[in-house]
Design a binder for this molecule. Structure first.
Ligand code: NDP
Ligand code: MG
Length: 378
């Protein structure tokens, strides 16, 4: 029996690649959700015939309801609609929403006992403690889709409990590798969106250019694998072939290699613990030739050390850096701030966070709101 699948963020980069796998491997798609792109969502709904779809944007949901009125597909709206989708019929919830908007649906899916295939790293960055606690209580598995974390997870299969000593988190270095602060002063949105190895959504592509993405991934790794940031080493690896690895207690280093193609980690989260044939381009090491490793330039790319500082402070600090970054990236994409100001916004929000060790979901959303306000008021 093929597994059944709910895809949140189905119209995005990860969502559409997941549907490519479903199309080929015959997974039953039971529900889909998106933000506002109802043209694509309608096409997906007609092709995969889910039981229900949700659109975050209320007005767009109304329009989609009319478009799909000749079908039996239920159309839901708003954050409640997306959460209802996350709890509906289906074994695995693939969360490929971008930003903190993914947090509530993840928690709802855990509540409903779903297996979580998690691409939405902001879920763990902001709500890692709550998510881990809820998943433990419900006995729910969180399977990483982020390529580095999938690689770490794959490298740990068969490793005895307690043997993980260090995580080797690889980074492509993004489009601005080796650039100085002076070079970065006036980079354009188009230059920042021009990632050398990966084709992804706009927000994560900017995060890759600032190295914020790697900072968020350090925080994500802390929550997924239980090591402190001091035991997570970031290596710039320009070829994006080693997707990450681990060092075990006997000094053995185990890593996962592959082409830079998100379909592999998405597929592994869907087939886990099994593996199935990969129908896309496979790795040819002769073609790659050389693998290189360098230390990240944390003086130029300030977002990475700021994220490390945030996770070391703990509490609501990671939420503050995340919220400030989401807002700053939006402003940068709209041409309203410069590239280097993104890190300035993140730093300011981190300095201003009203931190606490014990916190609720509402505290997270409040810290997120304050961090965004601090950026907009800049
Ligand atoms: P995209 O921007 O391409 O897609 C985002 C998806 O989320 C879209 O379907 C969008 O809908 C939907 N969405 C946005 N806001 C909401 C909301 N409030 N409620 C419901 N759906 C919403 O992003 P990516 O696919 O690139 O990234 C998704 C997540 O996966 C991110 O957290 C990213 O960090 C992570 N990730 C992505 C990788 C990649 O290769 N792309 C690699 C590793 C991790 P609409 O189209 O209607 O706006
Ligand atoms: Mg990644």
């Amino acid at each position: 029996m093929m597994k059944s699948l709910i895809i949140l963020g189905s119209t995005g980069s990860i969502g559409t690649q997941a549907l490519e796998i479903c199309r080929r491997d015959g997974y039953k798609v039971t529900a889909l959700a998106a933000g506002s792109n109802i043209d694509l969502l309608e096409k997906q709904a007609r092709e995969f015939a889910p039981l229900a779809v949700a659109v975050f944007d209320e007005q767009k949901a109304k329009e989609l309801k009319i478009k799909l009125s000749d079908t039996d597909i239920k159309v839901l709206s708003g954050v409640d609609g997306v959460c209802e989708i996350a709890q509906g019929k289906g074994e695995i919830v693939l969360n490929a929403i971008v930003g903190i908007a993914g947090l509530r649906p993840t928690l709802k899916a855990i509540e409903a006992g779903k297996t979580i295939a998690l691409a939405n790293k902001e879920t763990l960055v902001t709500g890692g403690e709550l998510v881990n606690r809820a998943a433990k209580e419900k006995g729910v598995k969180i399977l990483p889709v982020d390529s580095e974390h999938s690689a770490i997870f794959q490298s740990l299969q068969g490793a005895p409990e307690g043997s993980l000593k260090k995580i080797l988190l690889t980074a492509s270095g993004g489009p601005f590798f080796n650039k100085t602060r002076k070079d970065l002063e006036n980079v354009t949105v188009a230059e920042a969106l021009n990632h050398p190895n990966w084709s992804m959504g706009a927000k994560i592509t900017i995060d890759s250019a600032t190295l914020m993405n790697k900072g968020l991934e350090v925080i994500e790794a802390v929550h997924l694998f239980g090591l402190p940031a001091s035991q997570i080493e970031v290596l710039v690896h320009r070829q994006s072939i080693i997707h990450s690895g681990v060092e075990l207690s006997d000094g053995a280093v185990i890593a996962q290699l592959g082409t830079p193609d998100m379909k592999l980690p998405i597929q592994y989260a869907l087939t886990y613990p099994e593996r199935s044939e990969f129908a896309f381009e496979k790795l040819d090491l002769f073609k790659v030739g050389t693998l290189t490793f360098e230390k990240p330039d944390t003086d130029t790319f300030r977002c990475l050390p700021l994220c490390v500082k945030a996770i070391n402070e703990g509490g609501l600090a990671p939420t503050a850096v995340n919220g400030a970054n989401e807002e700053a990236v939006r402003l940068f994409l709209e041409g309203k701030i410069k590239f280097l100001q993104i890190a300035e916004c993140v730093e300011k929000a981190l300095c201003q966070v009203n931190n606490k060790k014990e916190f609720t979901l509402e505290d997270i959303f409040e810290a997120d709101r304050l961090a965004r306000e601090c950026v907009i008021g800049n």
